[in-house]
Design a protein around this ligand. Sequence first.
Ligand code: C2E
Ligand code: CA
Ligand code: CA
Length: 725
Amino acid sequence: MELRKAHSLQTAVSLGAHGIDDNNELRNLLDAMRSIIIYLDRWGVIQHCNIQAQYWCGQQKVQGLSFKEFAQYWDDASERQREIMQVIRTKRPIWQSLERSLFNGKESWYSVDKIPVRNSDGMVTGALLVISDVTAQVKQQRALQESESRYRAFIANSSDAIWCYDIFPPVDIRLPFDEQVSQILWRAELSECNEKLAYLFGAQKRQDLIGTPLHINDSIANKRDIRHFVENNYRLEECEFAITNKNGQAMLLQTSAVGDVENGYLKRCWGMSRDVTEYKQYLDKMEHMANHDGLTSLPNRTYLYQCIEAGLRDRRHRQKMALLLIDLDRFKEINDTLGHLAGDRVLKQLGPRLELELADTSGVIARLGGDEFAIFLPNIRNTQQVVVLAHRFLDAICQEFDLDGVRTEISASIGIAVAPDQANDVTTLLRYADIAMYHAKNGLKGVAIYDASYDAHSPMRLEIMGALGRAIREHQLSLHFQPKVDLNSHRVYGFESLLRWEHPELGFIPPNDFIPIAEMSSAIYSLTNWVLEETVKQAAAWIGQGYNISVAMNLSARNLLDDRIVVDLSRVLKKYKLDGRHLEMEITESMIMSDPQRAQVILEKINALGVVLSVDDFGTGYSSLGYLKRLPVKTLKIDSSFVQNMLDDEQDEIIVNSTIQLAHNLGLKVVAEGVETQEIYDRLAQMGCDAVQGYFIAKPMAEGNANGWLQRGEWNGTDRSVKPL
Ligand code: C2E
Ligand code: CA
Ligand code: CA
């Protein structure tokens, strides 16, 4: 373009040599041009110029000046002048020389064509200068260069790895998805990167990496990432990839990338990767701290709630869950006597113990604070399984703690609530587990499953509490009697009295529904007193009829902590003139374990009155047979849950059998409860069990029915002189 312009000028100027001044048209043309046009004669003196030249040098008269005089502020103006002379001499033009002028600190750039001018004979008569202002272009180019070098420096010094993969040949983005993915994987090659990438990948310098095909760089080139890139419209936004670099260092890279798609072909991919390993570790640590307890490192309450919430939300049909609340008993004593550090050490050791028991069950163990722990089991088979597990937890907790040579033991109480049967939200589940836990603690049961009757706030409980007092006064209570049969003689030798409540509005209320409530208040005292009097009265009546029989009654845990029972007992025995050996009192293992010393004192006193003591529901609590030996008990009643399954469940049979053997070794008699079939009856007889009780013999019967049953003599013939066990 420039060249063509110069040629046409050369022609015009040659023409002008004959009279350019007269040619107005040509002058106008030259004046219309943006460039400065100067014609110098062969001595280098300006002869003609266009109006731009006049404007530029700010003088009317330009003719007669040398170039040096014309362009005073030009860099090396004399040198330029010499160049012009050289063009004239050599007849060789200089095109587009880039020249600068500096005027008042203002820099201007010009592109200058120096063209020899010939006359029609071909003689050089002078030179034509075409000077175009290119300041804007020069500045732009300079800025561009600067920005580019800044950009290079930025990339080179970036704390992020910056890279580019060229894809050759480019991949057609209309191809099926899988094909695109595999083509990208096989065609992409690292074409650019900064040192940071080399550093991340454990290479010496970036040149070592350039040219590496994507598919051998398994750190970022796994197919999954490329799939994601293609799926996401050839972009990655802060995706995290775990890589292991050449030095075997595992790290997490956060990568953003964008594909360069031209005319439907993916040509390259630019990206940025950042090492977020430490940041992630920090975040993880923060998250861990927010969700875990500092002392034990177990999940904390917040985390537990989240787990339960998620569990309940994602619960499948029929999936059952359980929440166990564990509260240590007498933990304060450890703190007070051995110091807080010792207490802390106990708490720290608990987590691993519980975890061990949970090894093959999925669940979360959390510390809620203080000496309170919780275990969430998101998938349980049935409540039985949870109870068994809870007992295992208790066992684990009860193991001795070795605190630098000081050995100490601790016990705990566990409350269980089951979802969705009992509750379907975190708050209720926790509240119920808490209520159950307090029930376990107060009843010294070790483990308790939530029951509405434990709940001090349940309407049912309040109603029952209020109605209990009236029940005694208004004769809503009665005793039923269930016979016990001696397995040697196959004869009845006694009864157990079982309390019944016929509520005028609520109807029949089973003892398991109101006795636990009565146990929470002093109502249990009057209730037991009533049972005591009625039982002794009935026993005395049967003795009076000539039956050599004993009647058993049930005691509550609270009765064993209350001396009044001894006073009342001797008073009632005297009142009905009953020999103590005709009365039996059943206590459960956990009752004794609540306050063993105090219980033992009371048990001794009861025993001293000749009353027979037996341990009820044996096997469900956690006392050892060895411990029972120290107590004045005569009989063990194996809990019906073992007896009822013993023909099908080998484990249960082993428990029943070994209990019988061990009890006999300790001089105790064994009664099996819940015997419903002939088969179990026979099997127990075979095992050497001493006596049985259960529906197979008879259900609990009201007084009149029990009398009739006795008289019919099904299990005693007409012989009334059955011997006590
Ligand atoms: P327990 O002392 O273990 O009483 C035995 C329970 O087993 C009774 O339930 C009885 O009806 C039931 N049973 C007996 N034979 C069979 C059988 O062959 N199959 C089955 N499936 N069940 C059988 P009940 O009468 O509902 O009493 C429940 C519990 O209430 C008693 O368990 C006892 O712990 C408590 N209880 C009953 N009366 C009194 C009482 O006067 N005072 C106290 N403190 N507790 C009592
Ligand atoms: Ca009983
Ligand atoms: Ca029992």
